[in-house]
Write a protein that binds this ligand. Structure first.
Ligand code: HEC
Ligand code: HEC
Length: 439
């Protein structure tokens, strides 16, 4: 990775932030309980000791909960007034994926995006539903999910059940949603080496796009061109289930503002996603302070978290040479899974294996939230989901409870691959899953 990709954090800010930590001895989420739970949280061991230290501070900030303003200390206040969670790690436990809430439980890591035509927010509720609020404020509402069972049969007669979710929002505190508002549920994805995805040159993402399917393989990946607030131009989006965010720094700032209600350099609104219709929320005390450039989260803090994410390493494949894993790998390629889940990319002298092309694909009606385009989910690390998170919720909304369910939800451009999986026999199905589990 070239040095220009790395953030340099001025020593002065680092020391200041470090001192705040030791003075406060803030309660942070306990360290990962076992080595396997830390599989997604490993910092590149080749960093210089100074950069290691920055990454460790970034990791602590990632795990630290924020509180409401005004607090006795300005270093951790400014949460809300409306929010989805208090800490990054609450939605990305052990840097892994989120979980579907139990009935009656407020969702934490399942974020309900609200969208009007042309990607406008709901006029009352904003860009997403905030199920939590600080004292004295009303949270916006909560999500109720119900599932319909859809039985699917393999060609050999074996059966499997898919769960089709439908969503309602109950307890809306600020009146009805606009009739044009659509829902887009997003489960927090695992954060596996996002810095490596960030380092793939934009030109290479563009080269492999084939929106008109000129090569006739039935797959028409498109670059998600998005406006980068940081670079002030349109560049390929990489992050989020629809690749709507262009850079790691923007992703960090977006999360602080939208999910936690904290102002950042690129999103300076201290009331986060509060709208004009939510006056109490807009006029509440906030944590912007001169010490932090009149923000709640200033640039050095964003840089530390981005630095941490940038230097996370992916877990190594497990038993890659097992004969069943190898047979599964061959099937994966033969069936055409690799035409979207691109196995590898070259980064300078290094090769990475994220199993994604970072492009958008039409995945068919079954997965559509009003728009059927999704970014090819990276598959690296996916086999450790259960060990890291204790559950297995796959796809953008966590509807699939097993890898096979996730595969059978594929439609649209991936319909031929899905049908090919239905035609596999039990041994081959097992080999395909064994291969994905090894990643
Ligand atoms: C309320 C839950 C929640 C909180 C809190 C949260 N995230 Fe996320 N995160 C998500 C969801 C949901 C997505 C996917 C968003 C989408 O599809 O647009 C996401 C996506 C990401 C991604 C992109 C991953 C990828 O592969 O595309 C990164 C990086 C990330 N979050 C980092 C953070 C950081 C850093 C923080 C704290 C500053 C944070 N998140 C706080 C829910 C959360
Ligand atoms: C046309 C492109 C395309 C093809 C072909 C394709 N996939 Fe996918 N895959 C995607 C996209 C896009 C998603 C994310 C969909 C979502 O979250 O709703 C995905 C998601 C997945 C997931 C769930 C990932 C997660 O993190 O939850 C698995 C597992 C998977 N694919 C495996 C396969 C296998 C195995 C094949 C071949 C049989 C295959 N895919 C073929 C595009 C594709």
């Amino acid at each position: 990775m070239s040095d220009s990709l790395r953030y340099r954090i001025p020593l002065r800010s680092r020391t200041a932030i470090g001192i705040c930590f030791s003075l406060l001895s803030i309660a942070i989420t306990p360290a990962d309980a076992s080595p396997i739970q830390a599989a997604f949280s490993r910092i590149n061991p080749d960093l210089s000791s100074e950069q290691q230290l920055d990454a460790q501070i970034g990791r602590r900030l990632f795990r630290r909960p924020w509180i409401s303003a005004p607090a006795s200390t300005q270093t951790v206040d400014g949460l809300g007034p409306l929010y989805n969670a208090r800490a990054c790690i609450h939605c990305h436990p052990h840097n892994g994926r989120g979980r579907i809430p139990a009935t009656q439980e407020k969702p934490l890591s399942l974020v309900m995006r609200l969208r009007q035509p042309a990607n406008k927010p709901d006029p009352k509720y904003g860009y997403q539903l905030q199920p939590f609020a600080i004292a004295g404020h009303q949270s916006e509402g909560y999500i109720a999910i119900s599932y319909e069972n859809i039985p699917v049969q393999f060609d050999d007669g074996a059966q499997i059940n898919l769960r089709k979710p439908s969503y309602r929002i109950n307890g809306l505190s600020y009146g009805p949603l606009n009739p044009q508002t659509e829902y887009s549920p997003r489960l927090a994805p695992a954060l596996i080496a996002p810095g490596m995805l960030a380092s793939i040159p934009a030109s290479e993402i563009e080269i492999q796009a084939d929106p008109q399917d000129n090569n006739g393989d039935g797959v028409s990946g498109e670059v998600s061109w998005v406006w980068s607030r940081e670079q002030q131009q349109k560049i390929p989006g990489r992050f989020g289930h629809k690749a709507e965010i262009a850079t790691l720094s923007e992703q960090v700032q977006h999360a602080f503002t939208m999910d936690m209600g904290l102002s950042t350099p690129l999103f300076p609104q201290h009331a986060g996603d509060c709208t004009q219709a939510q006056e109490l929320c807009l006029s509440a005390p906030h944590g912007d302070s001169p010490q932090y450039d009149n923000l709640e989260i200033h640039q050095p803090l964003v840089n530390l978290i981005a630095h941490y994410l940038r230097h996370l390493t992916p877990p190594l494949p497990r038993q890659p040479d097992d004969p069943d894993v190898l047979a599964g790998k061959t099937l994966f390629t033969q069936i055409g899974c690799a035409s979207c889940h691109r196995p590898s990319w070259r980064l300078g002298g290094q090769s990475i294996q994220p199993y994604t092309d970072l492009l958008l694909h039409d995945m068919g009606e079954g997965l559509s939230d009003g728009n059927a385009e999704w970014r090819t989910a990276p598959l690296w690390g996916i086999g450790l989901t259960e060990q890291v998170n204790g559950n297995t919720y796959y796809l953008h909304d966590g509807r699939a409870l097993s890898l096979m369910e996730a595969i059978l939800w594929h439609g649209g451009e991936a319909q031929p691959q899905r049908d090919a999986v239905l035609a596999l026999d039990a041994t081959q199905r097992d080999q395909l899953i064994r291969f994905i589990q090894s990643l």
